[in-house]
Design a protein around this ligand. Sequence first.
Ligand SMILES: [Zn+2]
Ligand SMILES: [Zn+2]
Length: 690
Amino acid sequence: MPAKKKATSKAVRSVAKYLVIVESPAKSKTINKILGKKYKVLASMGHIIDLPASKMGVDFEHDFKPEYAVMKGRKKYLNDLIKEARDKEAIYLAADPDREGEAICWHLKNQLEGGKSAIYRVSFEEITEKAVKEAFEHPGPVNMNKVNAQQARRILDRIVGYSISPLLWKKITRGLSAGRVQSVAVKLIVEREEEIRKFKPREYWSVEAVLKKRGGVPPGEEWTDTFGARLMKYKGEKIHIPDKESVEKIVGRLKEEKFIVGDISRKERKSHPRAPYITSVLQQDAFNKLNFSAAKTMRIAQSLYEGVELGEEGSVGLITYMRTDSVRTSDDALRDVRQHILEKYGEKYCPPKPVPYRSRKRAQEAHEAIRPTLPLRPPEVVARYLGPDELKLYELIWKRFVSSQMVNALYSVLAVNIDAGDYRFRAGGGQLVFDGFLRVYGAGVESGEEIARIPPLESGEEVDPVEIIPEQHFTKPPPRYTDASLVKVLEEKGIGRPSTYAPIIRTIISRNYIKRVARTLEPTDLGELVNKVLVENFPGIVDNEFTARMEDELDGIEDAKVEWVAVLKDFYDPFSKTLEEAKERMSSIKRQVIETDEICEKCGRPMVIKWGRHGRFLSCSGFPACKNARPITTGVKCPVEGCGGELVERKSARGMFYGCTNYPKCTYTARKLPRESEDAGEGGTQVEEE
Ligand SMILES: [Zn+2]
Ligand SMILES: [Zn+2]
């Protein structure tokens, strides 16, 4: 088998005149099919050149000159590429159309330069025949502004990470890391947890009235003569009912009053279609509707973008590039989608002109929104070639894009005021009159039942109270972040970019600073401790606005508005001072621990939580005088029959897990405690990770 494979590749090599380099095998397959035999398409497998892992690798004396090195395990790929490049007339660098892709191309160019072959950069937003061929007709140079934005970002992250992390090792435990953007995300989650802890629920009451129209329902009518209304106002002001005593007084007064129908308004309300997806919104929707983590969404989107085998058609890219903050749609795609809407749903659903959308102000308009590629393949056409998760995500993207170019949905909204003395109640509801874009978008169609069931009423008409229902409520603390709400807040605050939201979440979980609890993100005590040390010693680095400004500066480099070395200098001068001050201050503070109620059975001193190579453990606070230490058990018995051990927290590169106290004799491990997963039941849906 291997011999046969080799023969084929030799045969191809003999006819290929051009070398094309992309990041991944799936992408190379799709492009190979488009370009044909004259092109040999190879995958670089992502970045090949990077800063060295073993040292800072930045020359502070010479304009932050990076000391690039071939990444561990990538030498072989590079050598293959160099060998293949030798006899080619031209080399086309075709990595993804963003900063990281541009940097991959630039590093490759530096490695492959010097031979006879010309080296070009080609860039396309979607991997379709038309887009790829067009890109190859207009090859250009590597875009150095993009490369410099990537270099500045990489060096910034390196300086922050490699300068601060060793301080955390000394004060908390080895192996910890700080990161420029990741630490800000942890801070947001910790701050939310503090708000929740501080939160004191406040009592309030609502009053609902069940009212009855006099005279009964004539035969053949759809409405019912009883309907609900909610107490809204007292003497024209919004009502606030703080406690039981007040509500009882109100209910008593209401029993004396006549209920008279006041103003009746009937309005039409439009519901607009939503803009096609950008990365952040796709991640939020896929989390809320499909329960996909941000990382899972991006992995699946990547596979749809790079190409899916569609039977005889071969490998086809099904969506445009998935890292984007632009809602722009190409003219071809607009023409295509409008034609689809006309043919499939008719003129009533197709607006006279394309629906315009505006991107947020920071958006990189060179990109397009995430949409299906052309021709628009409806989900049912590709369903049999896709895995279940791929299909779900493709369907989401397809529906969002097609519906974005359809007409508004129309609702009829009814609002009826009912006065009982100084108290005003409100009854009403909405009814869908025309579905418009909802025909495709589906989700979120409001029920039309309520309005249809309200009896016909007239101003001045008296209705009879059947029941007055007071109900007690309590204000709720702010909710914990989820993948969706964290991505949303990061975007709103200008922290991170389409390429970084998912990696940020993955990093803070794998570093064990944040844990997933059902659908929410909660800080671990390690996360809280690291955050505390960073906030106390590097307030500038974990500042939201500072981080947002850095991202803007990086955008400025890409747009050729600022020079990258200048950006690094402006950052480094104050940072190096802060670093020296922090080192000074931290040299005098003790190693950070978390106190517990547990008592050391050997010396009676309290036990504290420390972090070691395998995660958290209990250590005697008398250390080093008393060396007592034990794992933190969870109180949950090991489910392995006859083992008798208990489950304890452990740590791996992918985050927290539970192991058995009898390890290595018992090798039971689990991501969740067995009891937790049972408790999760119906309400406790777990987020689907990669
Ligand atoms: Zn002790
Ligand atoms: Zn066990």
